[in-house]
Design a binder for this molecule. Structure first.
Ligand SMILES: NC(=O)C1=CN([C@@H]2O[C@H](COP(=O)(O)OP(=O)(O)OC[C@H]3O[C@@H](n4cnc5c(N)ncnc54)[C@H](OP(=O)(O)O)[C@@H]3O)[C@@H](O)[C@H]2O)C=CC1
Ligand SMILES: O=C(O)[C@@H]1CCC=N1
Length: 271
């Protein structure tokens, strides 16, 4: 029996197949979800999805195992208006901000799991945080774990109010890292390196350091110290980057605070 057997039998409905929904679907299909078991509802589905054997913008199965909601929070109310009443279906939302209570008002009596994934899910390298409502049984949480575990790691939250900070950190985080690559590449160019070489050095440095940070037993702080020779080049660079007033720590604190606050605002707007 495979992990996706129940999903392949009862079906999975994905509402919204854009950047995040598409990233998860790519991962699920690569790991054994059958295209014919997937119903995608998205009025402007990208052409790349049309020849994959998915059921597209058609009626929902009677009793799908899971309804995945991956539309923008601002579009959620409109998208939910088109979803018929479901009897025994897990509702799994990845929307930033939108609270479990908002979904409970739309799907009374339904098991609901709120998840915050990130786009590296597309290559099985995501990290998802999740929390369920009172009606989500261990079996429902296991189903959510199976889905999100197929595209990366999964952590479970103790309190829903942690979700906005998770969103500001790991949900939005890939964008910060991509911007770090852009900034490092530009800085290399400013020191005289050709653009393509500088980008390749920046990209692989971030990829390699990220992989080492996951693989190694040591803390990131120890890995940083391992690069830093006394009186050497790294120490000179880190004096700028770690400045408590103008360096990365206060900048990152403001960045994640702004993203977290935006999640809270989106949640209030959806109520
Ligand atoms: N992108 C990310 O890195 C992450 C996103 N999320 C969450 O995932 C959700 C989707 O974000 P993202 O993928 O970036 O957004 P996208 O706009 O890329 O994808 C949303 C998709 O839903 C479609 N859509 C719009 N209205 C409806 C509707 N009524 N019914 C069905 N589909 C509809 C959109 O079509 P159209 O473009 O034509 O409007 C689009 O294809 C958001 O709630 C976001 O908070 C969570 C974690 C990370
Ligand atoms: O930018 C956003 O609102 C979404 C949520 C996390 C990542 N992208």
């Amino acid at each position: 029996m495979g992990d996706f057997d129940d999903l392949n039998t009862r079906g999975l409905v994905l509402v919204g197949c854009g950047r995040m929904g598409g990233a998860m679907l790519r991962g699920w299909l690569a790991r054994g979800l059958e295209p014919g078991a997937v119903t995608v509802i998205d009025p402007h589905l990208a052409p790349e999805w049309l020849d994959k054997g998915l059921r597209v913008n058609t009626g929902l199965p009677a009793d799908p195992a899971v309804l995945v909601l991956a539309v923008k929070p601002q579009m959620m109310a409109q998208a939910l208006g088109g979803v018929p009443r479901l009897s025994d279906t897990l509702v799994l939302s990845v929307a930033a901000g939108t609270t479990i209570a908002t979904f409970e008002a739309v799907f009374p009596g339904a098991p609901i799991v709120r998840v915050m994934p990130n786009t590296p899910a597309a290559i099985g390298q995501g990290i998802s945080a999740m929390i369920g409502n009172g009606l989500a049984t261990p079996a429902h949480l296991d189903l959510a774990q199976t889905l999100m575990g197929a595209v990366g790691r999964v952590v479970r939250l103790d309190h829903e109010d942690q979700m906005d900070a998770v969103t500001g950190l790991s949900g939005s985080g890939p964008a910060y890292v991509f911007h770090l690559i852009e900034a490092m590449a530009k800085a290399g160019e400013a020191q005289g390196l050709p653009a393509a070489l500088s980008l390749e050095l920046a990209r692989m440095t971030v990829a390699g350091a990220g992989a080492l940070a996951v693989d190694a037993d040591e803390d990131p702080a120890v890995l940083r110290e391992n690069v830093t020779s006394p009186g050497g080049t790294t120490a000179a660079g880190l004096r700028v980057l770690m400045d408590p007033d103008t360096g990365l720590p206060p900048l990152m604190a403001r960045t994640i605070a702004a993203a977290t606050e935006r999640g809270r605002e989106l949640g209030k707007a959806a109520q």
